[in-house]
Write a protein that binds this ligand. Sequence first.
Ligand SMILES: C[S@@+](CC[C@H](N)C(=O)[O-])C[C@H]1O[C@@H](n2cnc3c(N)ncnc32)[C@H](O)[C@@H]1O
Length: 240
Amino acid sequence: MVRRDAAHRPWDVDELPTGATKASAVRDMFDAIAPRYDVVNRIMTFRLDVKWRRRAVRSLHLAEGSLVGDLASGTGDLCKELSRSGYVPLSFDFSLGMLRGDTSGAPRAQADILTLPVAASALDGVTCGFALRNVVDLTAFFAELSRVVRPGGRIALLDVGIPRNPVVRWGNSVYFGRIVPRIGALLSDGPAYSYLPRSVAYLPSGDEMVDMLRQCGFSDASHTNLSGGLTQLLVATRRA
Ligand SMILES: C[S@@+](CC[C@H](N)C(=O)[O-])C[C@H]1O[C@@H](n2cnc3c(N)ncnc32)[C@H](O)[C@@H]1O
């Protein structure tokens, strides 16, 4: 994966696992942190995560009753938001621990989101929250989205970001580099909450991801920084 913008990155991607090692490490880590995942998330983001998911679902602009796959669904927060907005969600994740914690009531399947058990063009839309940095191959993931979403269908993808403002970026790296791992160690699993913030280093820049989406068959792809760049949102329409 190309890594531009390195000066803005508090952690180095070369220190992080890749390929099959990364996939199994990520799955094992989420199995381990699943029981306390929701509580740590709310504390660590001061509940901003709720607002970010709402914004992602609102940006879909699909008809009521549309079938939306929530990929890397975790404990089902986006599925709940999708149901509240009148969509019909389907939940896919490869961590059984996280799927067990999914209380959304959406139909669930254990699956790798790079190879979904879904027919071509079967979905009206896709959401994916905070998992882009977890996949082994982001281009393969965008190609899979292009396969499963029908022409005219919509996608909304969230992940953590790196604030552009140097002061906010410094504060963010201290918070996620030092404080979040301590909160994680206290309530859940320290090494996992040390890895998760560092894994933002896997992500290409917003512009690069927009280009990748275009090349994978999406039109009007856009990238928006939320909360000063703490989180980023990618939205696009599957080309007809
Ligand atoms: C940070 S959690 C986010 C969960 C949920 N989307 C949310 O908004 O809270 C990332 C999730 O991605 C899942 N995941 C990561 N890579 C995956 C893959 N290749 N296939 C399926 N699930 C994956 C993990 O198991 C985990 O549940």
